[in-house]
Design a protein. Structure first.
Length: 385
């Protein structure tokens, strides 16, 4: 990240059905004193800070110090099974895996969690959604994107961490296309002002759809754009590929699938490639993965359904009619894509045959979710997600 010590203070309110929760985007010394004031107003019996080894100790100690000025504060691991007193406020400090763990624990407390995401995927995506792997989540009392947490991100974690921004511009808010295109940098070097604007844009996009689709199974399904192929690459265990880059490939595949079905036009597909080029994302599958590998995972996954009267299978994918307009299929934003269309879509990211040379370590049996850590110094685990 580019060196920048400018203070930042942006506020958003995200509606989810009839409920709303606040988002604060902050940076600067004074903002930490503000966190202490917020902790006091919560009047919690204690704070239970859930984190993992991938979060630098300096971040955890700073949070504990400011929360501890208001009430006793304890640090527990996301993988632990510690009981949480009903009167405590659970604090999620980490990336997506930590926030997922916090969602489960917060179901047993009187109030929702305080979320302090430390990675870009968590700030731009996970912390803004009330739907997780386990279903609906408790409404947080606050989501706070403290930009100092991003100062310790590993050099390779910033650029792919912006996948939600790129996805949202294509599927939800194309009016911001030119503005975002002009600000994206392939080297992933951004100052705090740029990152704050990216987080705010993602929050506005989320608020625009979840205000009437809180469970994200209607129009807000647009936030799954590009993820079908990304999840297939995770199953294949491409350890060197970060999830953000997997989503980038998924966006290109979805765009080509939509073209093959007569939905998205050539200009729309070209807009995908232009935005991804400005972002610096890969546009071909990593060796030794082939299009056939991805096709087999997609069509044998639990979400694949047999077509009536035929041997083919379909895969649920979000497709676009045009930028910002997901294709509606049977009243839903998930369309049934057949094997032939999938083949056509995967050709958009195909690797030349002479590039398919297997190297030791290219496959990661644990899957891409356990890929490179996001903070320096890093630690094993899914902190980058």
């Amino acid at each position: 990240m580019l060196s920048s010590r400018s203070p930042v203070a942006l506020d958003r309110s995200i509606g989810s059905g009839l409920a709303r929760f606040p988002l604060q985007i902050r940076a600067g010394a004074a903002s930490w004193d503000e966190l202490t004031g917020i902790a006091r107003r919560l009047a919690a019996d204690r704070f239970v800070v859930v984190s993992d080894p991938g979060v630098p100790a300096a971040h955890a100690h700073r949070v504990l110090r400011h929360l501890g000025a208001a009430a006793p504060a304890d640090l527990v691991r996301a993988s632990g099974t510690d009981d949480v007193p009903p009167g405590a406020v659970i604090v999620g400090l980490g990336g997506t895996s930590v926030l997922d763990a916090v969602a489960e624990r917060a179901a047993h407390t009187r109030r929702g969690p305080l979320l302090l995401p430390t990675t870009l995927p968590a700030m731009l995506d996970t912390a803004l959604s009330l739907v997780g792997p386990g279903g609906p989540r408790r409404l947080p009392v606050l989501v706070r994107a403290q930009l100092e947490f991003l100062d310790t991100l590993a050099p390779g974690a910033v650029r792919p961490g912006l996948y939600a921004l790129v996805r949202n511009v294509l599927s939800v808010c194309p009016a911001s296309y030119d503005q975002v295109c002009a600000r994206l940098r392939p080297d992933g070097r951004y100052d705090r002002t740029a990152l704050a604007s990216f987080i705010a844009l993602c929050a506005d996009a989320r608020a625009a759809l979840t205000c009437y689709d809180p469970l994200e199974d209607g129009p807000a399904g647009a936030f799954r754009y590009g993820h079908a192929v990304a999840d297939a690459l995770r199953v294949l265990g491409v350890g060197a590929l970060r999830y953000g880059d997997a989503v980038a490939l998924g966006l290109l595949v979805a765009a080509r699938c939509a073209r093959s079905l007569g939905l998205l036009d050539a200009e729309g597909e070209a807009a995908h490639r232009e935005l991804l080029a400005r972002w610096g994302a890969p546009d071909v599958l990593p060796a030794p993965v082939t299009t056939q590998d991805v096709l087999e995972v997609l069509t044998t996954a639990s979400g694949a359904q047999e077509l009536v009267g035929g041997p083919d299978s379909t895969v649920g994918m979000v497709l676009l009619d045009t930028l910002g307009q997901p294709h509606v299929f049977g009243g839903h934003t998930v369309a049934a894509v057949g094997r032939d269309s999938l083949r056509a879509g995967l050709e958009a990211v195909a690797v030349a045959p002479d590039a398919l040379v297997s190297r030791p370590g290219d496959r990661d049996p644990a899957g891409t979710r356990s890929g490179p850590t996001s903070h320096v110094p890093g630690a094993p685990g899914p902190a980058a997600w």
